[in-house]
Design a protein around this ligand. Structure first.
Ligand code: 5GP
Ligand code: ZN
Length: 121
């Protein structure tokens, strides 16, 4: 998609701090992190918003959700259990959709934000 900054990142026309890539997805660190861990998971396919996803994209969306905990773990904000069996750690997963949803880049992306409770409520 012409003039889409995330398509340009996928095409390596502009650089990114990538942390994961496969045939369908790319994950890279957010240029303006809101917390110690802040990365984005995007489909390589250009979908402008979550609202543009169709039933045939369900598997792709599932892959994005499935990848988030794995990368969060690698990036140091995964959920683990303490000695009492309680959960510790964690992160937010966020998809802003449309102007009223705070979306700024119109190529579907999921934020994964963790590592601190500051600035993410
Ligand atoms: P949105 O508000 O659309 O959900 O979030 C877009 C995110 O993309 C923002 O957190 C912003 O910092 C990030 N972003 C925008 N342009 C770039 C870029 O060129 N490179 C990277 N790594 N992140 C970007
Ligand atoms: Zn795009």
């Amino acid at each position: 998609m012409e003039n889409c900054i995330f398509c340009k990142i996928v095409a390596k026309q502009i650089p990114s701090d990538a942390i994961y890539e496969d045939e369908d997805l790319l994950a890279f660190k957010d240029i303006h992190p809101a917390a110690p861990v802040h990365f984005l998971i995007i489909p390589k396919l250009h979908l402008a918003t979550l609202a543009d996803a169709k039933p045939e994209h369900a598997e792709l969306l599932g892959k994005m959700l499935e990848l988030a905990p794995k990368l969060a773990q690698q990036q140091g904000c995964g959920v683990t259990k303490n000695a009492d069996g309680g959960h510790i750690g964690g992160y937010k997963t966020l998809i802003n959709t449309g102007p009223d949803g705070g979306q700024e880049v119109y190529h579907l992306h999921m934020h994964v934000i963790g590592g601190s409770k500051r600035n993410r409520d």
